[in-house]
Write a protein that binds this ligand. Structure first.
Ligand code: DNO
Length: 345
């Protein structure tokens, strides 16, 4: 198992040299963030990212994410250009030694929370999602504001996207995902890259937009769409754990058996009865995810892929990118390494 850490490139306030000092941290997970969704990633930018990471004694083998253009999710005629660009990005990344690409197929919004600064008992802060609050929000109203997303779209863009999705059903989204996979998976296979879809976060439809990568039935359908082992998953314990009816251990075991897990996001959440949640420290006792159980399964099935601590709380006065500070993620990494070491004793 290869431990890795997400880094947002040169604009990330956390220096690579600090990440290297986390015990057993061998890899960086990153992306080219300066290129608009759907465009080609310049080879020189990819190369310089790799060189930066390697100059700090770590490897660059996982990209999170190569985002999927909305026209592909919408199944528009214009998707062909974006699919061709996607294929070329896969080839370019393979050329510098990338082995796994994480992506998602969520319409309009990626992960969503209602609070980026939920104050915990110990005065640390976390990301949180309150189901009542999210269901009361209407993205098309003037005063709509969604933490983390306020600068991503203009009102006009948001309105146009919502209109475009109005006629897109869950089945349409599946069809568009199938089309995309059947185009890109052969390229990924050819160049030795594993594609790892990230579950929807939260794992149910929001704002009337369809969301499909949500539960076990969805993953089985995904595997049927394209049986290649390159068509795999990022198993995110926090995202999949945000539904009381998801048995994440049974799901993980099945996908490990099938050789479909290429990347693990291991974070914890405290899940409430209505599927609202707060993100917690990684340790099992603080949340609803049993990390020892998760890592025992990884050991049992000889998981040899990538893992990363996921969102951390803000602690020790750190002021960072929500969910992606240094301190609590480093604590998470050490804790997970401790479990892994103990399991091999
Ligand atoms: C949140 C992340 C997601 C993830 C994408 C993958 O912190 O786990 O934003 O990177 O969904 O495409």
């Amino acid at each position: 198992m290869k431990f890795s850490f997400r880094w947002y490139g040169p604009s990330d306030p956390i220096p690579l040299g600090y990440i290297r000092q986390i015990p057993n941290m061998t890899g960086i997970v990153s992306a080219i963030y300066s290129v608009p969704v759907g465009e080609l990633w310049p080879e020189k930018d990819i190369q310089s990212l790799k060189s930066d990471v390697e100059a700090h004694g770590m490897h660059f083998e996982v990209v999170e994410s190569v985002p999927v253009h909305e026209d592909i999710k919408l199944g528009k005629a214009t998707r062909s250009k974006y699919i061709e660009n996607y294929k070329e990005n896969i080839r370019r990344l393979a050329q510098v030694g990338v082995k796994t690409i994480c992506y998602n197929f969520m319409p309009v919004f990626d992960w969503t929370r209602t609070d980026l600064n939920f104050i915990n008992e110990d005065s640390s802060s976390s990301l949180a999602l309150d189901l009542k609050e999210i269901t009361s929000l209407d993205p098309l109203t003037e005063d709509f504001s969604l933490p983390g997303w306020d600068e991503s779209y203009s009102k006009h863009e948001l309105k146009a996207l919502f209109e475009a999705y109005q006629s897109v059903t869950e089945d349409d989204l599946w069809e568009n995902l199938g089309y995309f996979l059947n185009e890109i998976i052969p390229v990924a296979e050819e160049v030795g890259i594993n594609m790892a879809i990230h579950p929807d976060d939260p794992p149910y439809p929001i704002f009337g937009l369809p969301r499909i990568i949500t539960d076990n039935a969805a993953f089985q359908r995904l595997f049927e769409l394209n049986p290649s082992s390159a068509n795999g998953v990022t198993f995110c314990t926090g995202s999949l754990g945000a539904r009381n009816d998801n048995d994440i251990y049974a799901m993980l075991e099945d996908y490990l058996k099938k050789g479909k897990v290429h990347f693990m996001h291991t974070r914890n959440i405290l899940l409430h009865a209505d599927n609202s949640f707060e993100e917690t420290a990684h340790m099992s006792k603080y949340g609803s995810v049993d990390m020892v159980k998760v890592f025992s399964l990884l050991k049992q099935y000889h998981y040899n892929g990538y893992v990363r601590p996921d969102h951390g709380r803000m602690i020790w006065g750190e002021n960072g990118r929500p969910g992606y500070g240094l301190y609590d993620r480093a604590l998470g990494a050490s804790y997970l390494n401790g479990i892994w070491e103990a399991l091999h004793y």
